[in-house]
Design a protein around this ligand. Structure first.
Ligand code: PGA
Length: 250
C-alpha cells in the first residue's frame, strides 16, 4: 500500500506574520504519528521561516520551482543546492501557471526534473490538460506527451520515488474539481503507462490537484490510484489543510 501524500502549494501568497500563524497552527495540529506525508511549498523567501517553524514537525517543505542550471549568471533563478541548504525535500515542477505564463517547455521541465532527482530531492511533476483538450477527448494524449519528453530524455526509471500531480488546468482555482471518476481514470492511465519498470510501479505516487477542499478530498483520495493531493487555496487555511490531510488517512 502506497503511503499517501498531501502537498500545500501556497503559490505567491503569505507574509512573515500570516505564515507564522499558519505554520504554528499546522505544527500543533499535525501529530508526529501522522500516517500521511505532508508537505508545504511556500514562496522562496519564506523557506528559512518555514524550516525554523517545522524543524520538530513531521511536515516537510519544498519549493514551487527551481532553476535548470547548477549555478552561474542566471539572474532571478534559484538552484537545487540553494533549496537543499534550506532543507527542502520536494520541488514542484512544471505547474501550469508557470508553463503558461513563462512559456516553459517540456524539455525545460524534464531538465529540472532530473536536476531535482540528482540533488536527492523529490520532484512533484504537474501534468494535465486544458478544458479545450478535454472537450476534444485528447486529454490522455496530452498527458502522455508531457511524460514522454522526460522518458525520452532520461528513461522511465527516473520516475522511481517521484510524485506526479495530475492537475487538469480547468480545475485549478475554479472550484470545479475533477470528479473522483475523472481523476481515477487519468491516474490509472498514468500508472499503466509507467508500470513496465517494477521499481517505478511500486514507488511512484500520483496525486490529484485542482480545487481540492475539505468537502471533496475524502472521495478523491478514496479512489484506488489517487495517492493524495496537491492543494492550492485550501492549504492557506490551517483547519482546511488539516482536514484534507486527515482525509488522506485511509
Ligand atoms: P487550487 O490550486 O487548489 O487553488 O485549485 C491547486 C494548484 O494549482 O496546485
Amino acid at each position: 500500500m502506497r503511503r499517501k501524500i498531501v502537498v500545500g502549494n501556497w503559490k505567491m501568497n503569505g507574509s512573515l506574520a500570516s505564515n507564522e500563524a499558519l505554520l504554528k497552527a499546522l505544527a500543533e495540529k499535525i501529530p508526529q504519528t501522522t500516517p500521511v506525508d505532508i508537505v508545504v511549498c511556500p514562496p522562496y523567501p519564506f523557506l528559512f521561516q518555514t524550516q525554523s517553524y517545522l524543524k520538530n514537525s513531521p511536515i516537510r517543505w519544498g519549493a514551487q520551482n527551481v532553476a535548470k542550471f547548477e549555478s552561474g549568471a542566471f539572474t532571478g533563478e534559484v538552484s537545487v543546492s540553494m533549496l537543499n541548504e534550506f532543507g527542502a525535500s520536494y520541488v514542484i515542477i512544471g505547474h501550469s501557471e508557470r508553463s503558461t505564463a513563462y512559456c516553459e517547455s517540456d524539455e525545460n521541465i524534464a531538465t529540472k526534473f532530473m536536476m531535482v532527482k540528482k540533488a536527492g530531492m523529490t520532484p512533484i511533476l504537474c501534468v494535465g490538460e486544458t478544458l479545450i483538450e478535454r472537450e476534444a477527448g485528447i486529454m490522455e494524449k496530452v498527458v502522455s506527451k508531457q511524460l514522454d519528453t522526460i522518458i525520452k530524455m532520461y528513461g522511465e526509471e527516473i520516475f522511481d520515488e517521484s510524485v506526479i500531480a495530475y492537475e487538469p488546468v480547468w480545475a485549478i482555482g475554479t472550484d470545479l474539481a475533477a470528479s473522483p471518476e475523472q481523476a481515477q481514470a487519468m491516474h490509472q492511465f498514468i500508472r499503466e503507462k509507467l508500470s513496465s519498470n517494477n521499481k517505478v510501479a511500486k514507488s511512484l505516487k500520483i496525486i490529484y490537484g485542482g480545487s481540492v477542499n475539505p468537502q471533496n478530498a475524502l472521495q478523491l483520495f478514496s479512489m484506488p490510484d489517487v495517492d493524495g493531493g496537491l492543494v492550492g487555496r485550501a492549504s492557506l487555511n490551517a483547519s482546511d489543510f488539516e482536514s484534507i490531510c486527515h482525509s488522506a488517512e485511509i
